[in-house]
Design a protein around this ligand. Structure first.
Ligand SMILES: [Zn+2]
Length: 477
């Protein structure tokens, strides 16, 4: 039997923890990593009779995200209670938004592998509170309620994604945009960005959507990709064996790379949503929204276009620089100090990234300031140091914080461009290698590299290659 091929249909629900100082409905600290149950009060513990008071920052952050994701901002939105029982949720309901979310009808443009762009719709962004956390240790289950009442925004995409790779591109872009508007640190390891994936498959792109399975709480971009790929295969197998995909919630196991059923069909009515009687509707004034529009920073797509037109960078370089806001800032500071955008960009993407990987630090913690990196590039451009020496100067500047020009001076690393001295060195190298010299003279061109290496060694890396090459040619022809 011919194997059927299917097209996956994927929608993502991303929970983003907002980087506010305090929680959503009380003044408890929103800090990650505190001792269990130290950041709690009667409100977030869900004691009877307490009243939640909305943290205004939460509205501000959500509207910022909504504007950055091209959403319409609803001037009146309401909170709802989502009722369910679970040990990490003392009041047995979660305050969320249901019918009237604060942001709707947005989109993100993602880059596909073939270089084209695709627009992914965003259905809604709504505000909700997080639940607590269960820690299972030595046969006990311990409840930590520090996380209850942490402000979340849930960003729900349209089912516009058609592969695991597109899902990853969407998440990457989403994370970048949220970092630009400074509403979350988007740290997946610490749970500040969590993703549920709705996956179904269909025989071709004209067929109606298949029955979907929801994969819960996947905690890294790589795992989202793995989980979707696995789920796609699992559903194909079910259909090819004549079975039916059932609507259910599944959990991804990162160790085995597989998904397993967690619970059956679940719909909104299972939660008995109803308006929260303790919270008034959120009513936004035009001025509030307009002020935030004015505040909006330049976003990645606009920055990318500007880097290409203003600095003449290739698209791939611009993509890299805008992928992290701090990279773009660092780059622009360095270019201000020395106007060679491509040269600066190459050093950021090369040596500086190598250092970031080694040190596991951020770009502004790498030890070398944008001005010092610019000076390294300037010293090369002026012919004062060779590329090899430059790496040495870069490392030392990053380690000690010293100015690159001071290091070059101090250590006598200035490139040697003195023709007489270099001719002497070339002669010595040729005399020391008579057999190779003979072969080189007889036309064995690949020995060029050998001689250049020997000359560099003899000059302790300081020979100016632009001057050495013609001397070598003259003496061997
Ligand atoms: Zn509290």
């Amino acid at each position: 039997m011919k194997k059927m091929s299917y097209e996956p249909v994927i929608g993502l629900e991303v929970h983003v923890q907002m980087a506010t100082d305090s929680k959503i409905f009380c003044t408890c600290s929103n800090k990650f990593g505190s001792e269990p149950n130290t950041n709690v009060c009667p409100v977030c513990l869900g004691m009877p009779g307490v009243l939640p008071v909305l943290n205004e920052k939460v509205v501000e952050y959500t509207v910022k995200a909504g504007l950055a994701l091209n959403c319409q901002i609803r001037t009146k939105s309401v909170f709802a209670r989502k009722n369910y029982f679970y040990p990490d949720l003392p009041k047995a309901y979660q305050i969320s938004q249901y019918e009237l979310p604060i942001c709707e009808h947005g989109y993100i443009d993602i880059e596909l592998e073939d270089g084209t762009q695709k627009r992914i719709g965003i259905t809604r962004i709504h505000i909700e509170e997080d639940a607590g956390k269960l820690n299972h240790e030595d046969g006990y289950s311990l409840v930590d309620l520090n996380r209850t009442g942490t402000p979340l925004m849930e960003i729900v995409s349209e089912p516009d994604l058609r592969s695991a790779e597109e899902a990853k591109a969407y998440l990457t872009k989403l994370k970048t945009i949220l970092e630009y508007v400074e509403v979350s640190d988007c740290n997946m390891e610490e749970g500040s960005m969590r993703c549920d994936a709705n996956v179904s498959i269909r025989p071709d792109s004209n067929a109606p959507f298949g029955t979907r399975a929801e994969i819960k709480n996947v905690n890294s971009f790589r795992n989202v990709e793995r989980a979707i790929k696995h789920e796609q295969k699992r559903q194909e197998k079910v259909l090819s064996e004549g079975g039916k995909v059932v609507q259910e919630t599944r959990l991804f196991n990162a160790d085995t790379g597989t998904t397993a059923s967690m619970r059956g069909k679940e719909d909104a009515h299972d939660y008995r949503y109803f308006p929260d009687p303790d919270l008034v509707p959120i009513v936004l004034e035009d001025k509030f929204i307009n002020d935030l529009k004015e505040w909006m920073p330049e976003l990645p797509d606009a920055k990318r276009a500007r880097f290409i037109s203003e600095y003449g960078l290739p698209g791939i370089d611009a993509d890299f620089l805008v992928s992290v806001k701090a990279y773009a800032e660092y780059f622009e500071q360095a270019v201000k100090a020395h106007n060679n955008p491509k040269g600066v960009c190459n050093w950021v993407m090369g040596e500086l990234m190598r250092r970031l990987n080694d040190k596991q630090c951020t770009i502004f913690e790498a030890g070398i300031t944008p001005e010092h990196l610019a000076e390294v590039v300037k010293l090369i451009d002026e012919g004062k140091i060779s590329g090899n020496i430059a790496k040495q100067v870069f490392d030392e500047s990053a380690e000690t914080g010293k100015k690159p020009s001071a290091i070059v001076e101090e250590k006598g690393l200035v490139q040697n461009s003195n023709e007489d001295e270099l001719e002497n060195i070339v002669r010595q190298v040729l005399e020391a290698n008579p057999a190779e010299t003979e072969r080189f003279k007889n036309g064995e061109a690949k020995l060029q590299g050998f001689f250049m290496g020997q000359i560099m060694k003899a000059s302790k890396g300081k020979a100016n290659p632009g001057i050495v090459a013609p001397i070598l040619k003259k003496l061997t022809s």
